[in-house]
Design a protein around this ligand. Structure first.
Ligand code: ZN
Length: 380
């Protein structure tokens, strides 16, 4: 038997492989910070053996509540990822199965690889609706890429168009966020889709499908290569510590923003939900009306979205302005939402075989067009 993780987003520490009924592992911390939650590795040589994998330090991970009712994700072919029965006793996460093949991959959630990320940029960049803007590079030398998307033949002038920004995967282990972006981009660039056609006629979209390509490739949960949690860098980003935010924010200041969506995954809650700007100093009835209209339209568009469960609301004026959503909402006085998807499943529409996964994230990304369309006339 062997375990390996020397591949894109691979991460695990092997404590003991001596007994296939008690494979002992440790979840690895991000390369330059304490956050530990993401894992992705390959087990070979265990075909037909009843194996038990035990993650010894699950109780000391970044979000221990993420393991309650969580099922580990696995795949033989790296295309089809399914859930395997798992248990959490308050310290150790255990999972058991008898591999039907000699090579089996395990992950915290269905991975979204750097190659797939580059393919997504490539797919979008050949559309005549898309202008690819290289923003600069990360600390590991990866490209930060912005996709500017609109219908340049439309009757609406560029100055009249609404500027809509979407960013995803500031937290690199939240791979569902880039699956969401794939669904969003595929629908937005579908020339037969009437909603997309109207949106491209009236809006200019600015899309960053992966805000943290270094952290993603390194198999980090939450930080970039120097340990920066990018979603705490928005007030004072720097090229030395958080060039990803610095470069994107600089471009935002040039374009202005009428609507901002920042896509994430939540370890604990088994629901899709949004978190808004109610704690911002300049939050107003206008923004509250926009938030409620957006949520109502999304609930109508997709049974996978709901507004009963989510984060507690910030007290007035108490928002943390280092978060992207709060900073953008405050600076641009615009509708700004953090979108959260589950690592576990949507408890309103559970799927015991797959749980929440890449494909379902894509469908949710497609569905977000509808609430954008619904609030368009009220944005400014
Ligand atoms: Zn996040």
């Amino acid at each position: 038997m062997s375990i390996s993780s020397a591949f894109d987003s691979g991460a695990i520490e092997v404590v003991s492989l001596a007994d296939h009924r008690d494979i002992q592992l440790r979840i690895k911390a991000d390369n330059a910070s304490e956050f530990a939650q993401w894992f992705h590795f390959r087990l070979q040589g265990a075909e037909g053996l009843p194996v038990t994998l035990r993650f010894l330090n699950a109780g000391n991970s970044a979000y221990p509540e993420g393991w309650t009712d969580y099922q580990v994700v696995a795949s033989y072919d790296r295309q089809h990822w399914f859930r395997i029965p798992s248990e959490y006793d308050g310290q150790v996460l255990s999972t058991q199965l008898t591999p039907a093949g000699n090579s089996l991959y395990f992950a915290y959630f269905e991975p979204y690889s750097d190659e797939r990320h580059l393919d997504l940029i490539g797919f979008a960049s050949v559309s005549d609706k898309v202008k690819l803007e290289p923003l600069g590079q990360t600390l590991d030398g990866r490209d930060m890429t912005l996709l500017r998307i609109t219908d340049s033949d439309s009757k609406t002038s560029l100055a009249q168009k609404k500027n809509i920004w979407l960013t995803a995967r500031q937290h690199p282990g939240e791979t569902m966020a880039e699956w969401f972006m794939e669904g969003f981009l595929e629908r937005l660039l579908d020339g037969d889709d009437p909603v997309s056609r109207v949106l491209l006629e009236r809006c200019q979209f600015y899309v960053v499908p992966n805000m943290n390509p270094d952290g993603a490739a390194r198999g980090n949960l939450r930080t970039n290569s120097v340990g920066a949690n990018l979603n705490r860098e928005w007030q004072a980003p720097s090229l030395e510590r958080s060039p990803e935010v610095f470069l994107v924010r600089q471009r935002m200041l040039e374009t202005g923003i009428d609507l901002f969506l920042d896509v994430h995954g939540d370890e604990a809650l088994p629901y899709n939900f949004v978190a808004g700007c109610e704690g911002n100093p300049s939050y107003s009835p206008r923004l509250e009306t926009l938030e409620n209209a957006f949520k109502a339209a999304w609930i109508a568009a997709s049974p996978d979205f709901q507004d009963r469960f989510g984060y507690g609301r910030d007290e007035p004026g108490q928002a943390n302005l280092t978060l992207a959503t709060n900073w953008v909402g405050e600076h641009f006085d615009c509708l700004a939402y953090t979108i959260e998807m589950p690592f576990k499943d949507n408890a309103d529409l559970p799927d015991p075989v797959y749980g929440w996964n890449g494909e379902r994230s894509k469908k949710l990304g497609e569905s977000v067009m509808q609430p954008i369309l619904a609030v368009l006339h009220q944005l400014r």
